[in-house]
Design a protein around this ligand. Sequence first.
Ligand SMILES: *Cc1c(COP(=O)(O)O)cnc(C)c1O
Length: 357
Amino acid sequence: MAKVHVFNAGPCLLPQVAIDNSIEALKDFAGTGVSLISISHRTKEWDAVMDECRSLWKELLRIPEDYEVVFLGGGASLQFLYVAMNFLEKKAGYLDTGVWAHKALKEAQGIGVAEAIACSKDRNYCYIPKGYEIPADLDYFHITTNNTIYGTEIKTDIDCPVPLIADMSSDILSRRVDVSKYAMIYGGAQKNAGPAGVTFAIIRKDALGKVSRYIPTMLDYRTHIDKLSMFNTPPVFPIFVMNETLKWLKGIGGIDAIHAIDEKKASTLYAEIDRNSLFRGTADKEDRSIMNVCFVMAEGREDLQDEFLSFAKSRGMIGIKGHRSVGGFRASLYNACTQEDVDALVSCMQEFEKMHI
Ligand SMILES: *Cc1c(COP(=O)(O)O)cnc(C)c1O
């Protein structure tokens, strides 16, 4: 098979070593002679994986003592509901920066009073709102740090007068985060942390227990904190692959090391988009995401879109078609994507330019 370069938005590329080790574990888990997907999750071998995975999250993100990390099912989309059930008493505020942020808000509105504090829909979510004020009487303020579909990112930890909750599905583990500034951080694993099928939630324990509603057992974070994510059967296989992914990340130097690599990949591609007369970026420069790079054909060259897509495909580029709500192209440069992958895409854009000017 010819060399391929995977830029899928999610599920996405994972480190090969994580995939290889998972294949081995599927055949024989930890020398038990039993496949990973046939073991009991109540064994010491499995406990060791859970413990290691939790510890790696804590170590890599420097999660303070008063927080716990839980692994759940249902994806980030179910967290939209969890968040409202566990934190919404009187009123919540949301930063509406795109489809996912909006879905999170909508879910909260099904539970209680929730409103958008600021919104960037006026320009199809191509920027992060600024200069808005966060009301001090909110139960929490919810942000989506990386807007996967539009390629915008909140790259610093904002100051917030109320508990701050962040969906970090698509930029977790790509930059250093001051966890202590958040009451909670969550996301689906399948963008940077592992395969689809497991969701992580990092929660400050004393932020819980402040709502008066009945919370169903499975939707109550305290259930999963108390039982160390083993109240019911955990998604064994996705957690295993996630653990292998975290081990890989630690092995290459952790968050600071990957951040430098991620920044270089993104700046390489943005530089080409800005230089190449056939393309232009869609997100405002100051808010550009280092994970999802969105671009379209330059004005007047829109007719070349399909041709570029098939040209790129013939050069081994996979997953660069933009989301239907933005159009054009999106290259997702998650942690396992390499500088070599990005360089290949850039050459492909340069070659295409030569063919058309
Ligand atoms: C992909 C994504 C989601 C949805 O995740 P699921 O696990 O599929 O529910 C939510 N938020 C953001 C920012 C995403 O990128």
